[in-house]
Design a protein around this ligand. Structure first.
Ligand code: GAR
Length: 200
């Protein structure tokens, strides 16, 4: 069984999708063992609490020097094998991502390589897609390396833009039709691969 930490910073609807999939038996090779939040006020923490999942807050603002060292301690204390970034709004260093190579995945709300990289997060991604005038957008789950949104793609799903979409309406559609579906699926895929290594 692959022990998973889900990193969050906000509302945590993607965390909820992972919890729901897990409770429905759709992530049989992984266990959500920890929720790590970069913010003490993230609603995602409440979601973890409701489902009895241990959580920890590590704030970069409060610990600018030892932010990643604190994350690493939390991971080793909980025996974590794999990290899922689910709306985690902090960029991890190359040292960190190299240490966890092929063990960190991220969900991004566009079809990479469009509207991604530094500065493209949350609602801004959808604002940029609407501003550009693309007719199709979507979501991507990818491995995390030292290049923001630059790691190998695991799954993608397309979503159509509709006449009159606002960034908020589009964000919701991308979540419902793409993110909440492909994130649990990709999570199981990677958890399965890592569980094979663990047993070997
Ligand atoms: C999601 O749309 C996620 O794809 C995005 O932030 C939102 C978090 O929502 N992540 C990024 O933009 C990362 N570059 P949630 O807290 O409800 O899951």
């Amino acid at each position: 069984m692959t022990k998973i930490a889900v990193f969050v910073s906000g509302g945590g609807t993607n965390l909820q999708a992972l919890i729901d999939a897990s409770e429905a038996g759709k992530i049989p090779h992984g266990e959500i063992a920890l929720v790590l939040s970069s913010s003490p006020t993230a609603y995602a923490l409440e979601r973890a609490r409701k489902h009895g999942i241990p959580s920890v807050v590590v704030s970069r603002k409060e610990h600018p020097e030892d932010f990643e060292a604190m994350i690493e301690s939390a991971l080793s204390e909980n025996g974590i094998d794999m990290i899922v970034l689910a709306g985690f709004m902090s960029i991890l260093s190359a040292e960190f991502t190299e240490k966890y190579e092929n063990r960190i995945i991220n969900v991004h709300p566009s079809l990479i390589p469009s509207f991604c990289g530094k500065g493209f997060y949350g609602l801004r991604v959808h604002e940029a897609a609407l501003e550009y005038g693309v007719k199709v957008t979507g979501a991507t789950v990818h491995f995390v390396n030292s290049i923001p949104d630059g790691g190998r793609i695991i799954l993608q799903r397309a979503v159509y833009i509709q006449e009159g979409d606002t960034p908020e309406v589009l964000q919701r559609r991308v979540m419902e039709e793409a993110e909440w579906k492909i994130l649990p699926e990709a999570c199981e895929k990677v958890a399965f691969e890592l569980s094979q290594h663990k047993e070997a």
